[in-house]
Design a protein around this ligand. Sequence first.
Ligand code: GP9
Ligand code: MN
Length: 625
Amino acid sequence: MKKTKKFNSPLLVLVILSVILLIKLGVFRNLVYGEVSLLRLVAIDFPVFMLLPVLLFVVLRRVSPLVALVYNLFVSALLVSIVWYERYFQTVPSYFDLQQGDQAGSVMETVSLLYAPLDFLFFADIVVYIALFVLYWNRPLTMKNRKKISVVAFVLVAVSLVTTVVALQKPILDMTLFAKEQGFVQTQLVQAAQQNSASAQMHLISDEELAKLKGNEFVPYTEHERFGIAKDRHLFVIQVESLQNFAINQSIGGQELTPNLNELLGDSLYFDRMFQQIGAGNTSDAEWLLHMSLLPKGLDPTVNYLNGTPLPSLVNMLNEQDYYTTTYHADKLEYWNRKELYPSLGFDYAYSSDEIPDEDLIGLWPSDRTMFQFAEGEIREQAASGKKIYANLMTVTSHTPFEVREQDKYLELPEQYVDTYTGNYLQSIRYADEAVGEFIAFLKAEGIYEDSLIVINGDHSGLHGRPMTVNDTDLMGELLGHSYSLKDRFLLPFIIAAPGLFESEVNSNFGGQVDMMPTIMNLMGIEPQAPMVGHNMLQYENNLLAVRYYLPGGSYITGDHMYLGQNARYPERYYDFDTMERIEPDKETIEQKQKNALKILNHSDALLSNFLDEGEEEAETGEES
Ligand code: GP9
Ligand code: MN
């Protein structure tokens, strides 16, 4: 009896639980935010994380080492996932990414490259909990004085409430900075609350005003240079996974990285300054930008909010011009909610892993060659039946972690690149180029090529985040002849091949993924039926891009400058966009451009709200936001 009493020490278990949690949260802060503020640790992070077990103890009327053990395992798994996510994407995830683990696929496939052995120390405390569990087995830690733990619970609830209410008063400009200052859990709550309250600043602007905000003068669509020169041509858009612009016209060890794309440039108009604009929805956001010319939501994948409203998409506009519209992607339709996305965009048919043979797997998916060969069969039939074709072909083989089989390695890499992340990326891009080349050869052989507009674009960067070691970055520097910069990372190729219409034309107007749709529409002579945020890159020289999620909140890019807002790790940064040299921030210009960029973002969100579930309220029209 006496012995039982002696061990019956619930407060000791509570103290142990608290100390371990504080250590874990401290390490987490250091790994993710690069700082450990004691005040934030104790007042913001600790109370919310301690709340759940303490409430459970109150309800159970005992301090349960089993509950403590299970809860700690959960917290460790959560913190490690966030650490890995941040290492890859350089931002903390939103609750969507954690809740839909399969959709954060890119991270999970790359875990082997993201983990550091020391990460597993997050789970080291399991020994302590098992010891406690054994020690108190059959000796219930009854809370004789329940008052004490109820007071603890009350304090934790009160502090958590206060920190959440404080956080709710502020806008999330940058996820990681917000989480660092307001707490990770509070950030998720604020984000959920902001999703549920209809967007606060719904202000539409006119096309003229939009052009002015970007530094241009509006020109009516039909008056654009070369409007309709590709009218009634077939349209093929090949979205190449992880293809960055630096790969085009690039050589390594005397071999071209993209010989087939380089050859295609002979018949192309090539935009060599198009910037990435996707948010958390990665590939699916790229599909959204291409087909809607609206900015993605940013913190969440845009596709998760679709409510079945028919969209004024590029696909639907082509449907109205009697095109037969299809998309091809060797993955499940469930991934990235494409089951909703494709009918909303209006595709006549979406070919997925349901039809594309499950053969010749590279990594998780059938190879690009398999996808293209399947598509060729369909396209041959469509062409034979005299249809005008729009086919969107999405490759996957060059997805991280860039696995390429020996027989598909077309490059003989210099020794230092062999079996490195950078080297593997180059090999997989070279493979994708080969597969695209074979598809172009098919179009030529079938006599389709001459009557087509063939667009090649990259969906987002491939070389970024933790899988890139210092050595990988150095290898990129060696390849490029200058250090691998954010500009090298974020510029994506936008190539429009139109045999007979273009000849080795390069256009360096600055643009973003949002500008692809208006540029394509202009060439095809299609006037927009709904407002778009992007513009025809052939027509307009100036631009102003706001990028959420992958750049800190408040960041913007023009053809001349790149401004990065403050985030959890860095102060604000200002670059000359040509040289990527850091220059002294010019406060006045930055303030003005930020204001304009915010107006463009609000305009896009207002347009978006008409098509998404959260947008029950109609957007208002107005000049100011
Ligand atoms: C999955 C493929 C890759 O369907 O599109 O998606 P990502 O991980 O790049 O978003
Ligand atoms: Mn992708």
